[in-house]
Ligand binder design. Sequence first.
Ligand SMILES: [Zn+2]
Length: 445
Amino acid sequence: MLMKKFTYIQGSIAIIFGILMMLVSSTCSAVGVKKVESLRFWTAPDHTRLVFGITSPVSHKVFVLDNPPRIVLDIENVTFDTELPSFSAGHKVVSLLRQAARNKNDLRVVIDLKETVRPKSFVLKPNADYGHRLVVDLYPKSQQTNNSPVAIKKASNTPQNKKWVVAIDAGHGGEDPGAKGYRGTREKTVVLAIAKKLAAQVNKQPNMKAYLVRSGDYYIGLRQRMEKARKARADLFVSIHADAFRNQQAKGSSVYVLSNRGASSEAARWLADSENAADLVGGVSLDDKDDMLASVLLDLSQNATEDASATFAGEVLKNLKGVGHVHKKQVQRAGFMVLKSPDIPSILVETAFISNRQEEANLRSSKHQTKIATAIMRGVKAYFTQQRVPARPTTRLAKTTYKIKRGDTLSAIAQRYQISLVSLKKANAMRTNRIRIGQVIQIPS
Ligand SMILES: [Zn+2]
């Protein structure tokens, strides 16, 4: 279209330039032209993710256009060498994808939308599963606030808010398949099935309510998972995974709690590293600005939940022993990112080894999935029976806190705030009077 405006002279210059460009591009193709070789999309409740698999890193630009709403994605120096995915007529955000070559060497992708979105794009480096990727996330503007706060509002108007809320986090999802079994079973699929079965069991309890952190096949960042659980006012957080190891004989389930002091074994550290690496596979959001806030919150009350997490983990492990082989007889400790909620007792269950042929078959079996869910459910029940007073994360955070200084003792602090030493220790889930400088403790009212 732009060519129409050109004079003949400009036109002939353009032709000469064009021939030159052809020469250049043919030289390039000898070296290897960059290609978009795959294009996937994942639909999450609050956004849609497009993932362009590319042969080498690319430069790109994203534009937002209105009337009708659409996104234009320009990728430099790349050809389109795959199929365009088709979106169902019922898709909430995207109606159509189009692509065309631009300026001879560049690619333009147009995303026709049903509503205005806020796009976010970033590139991901290759890993074991994928090569270079360009990720474009589309967040509908109508959903500035996500679903969770609405759910809370509703809950607070009914007696339902007296229920214990159990956040159930199915590991991985979407772009991140997790571990893979011999028969191609994907961790993200089986753990979601177990999570849904557990949620159904939790919802059958008159005093409990399940919150599924991930309810479909899409990825959620590790920090976001905790944020979602907190917004849902979860009293417990259980992340469900399936283990994998080079040695196919490895089998059984393990239960983990967070350790800030270091992993309980080399294997635990290795596992934590590989689970944490999910953010590199599934993709992180560039503007993870709340890192600072999160680390402050972490310091605030991590100690208070450590003991509760261990109690919960112990109950779940005890019940998993009834289902089958237990990989580690003790609750394991490792630095799992997803367990770093300062105020919600959190555990991570590696349900079985997907890399073990028998256990892979078990993980695929609906009957066995129910057994695992039931074992975790028993652990949840046992944990709540031990908790007399429901202490909501929000109320716990709202309390006064005190940062330990040199020379402080617990009893002196208790005296200063006119509370008993027992209640102070209880509020912080402390078994001993040991405190350390810089530690932040809760002062109960
Ligand atoms: Zn996992």
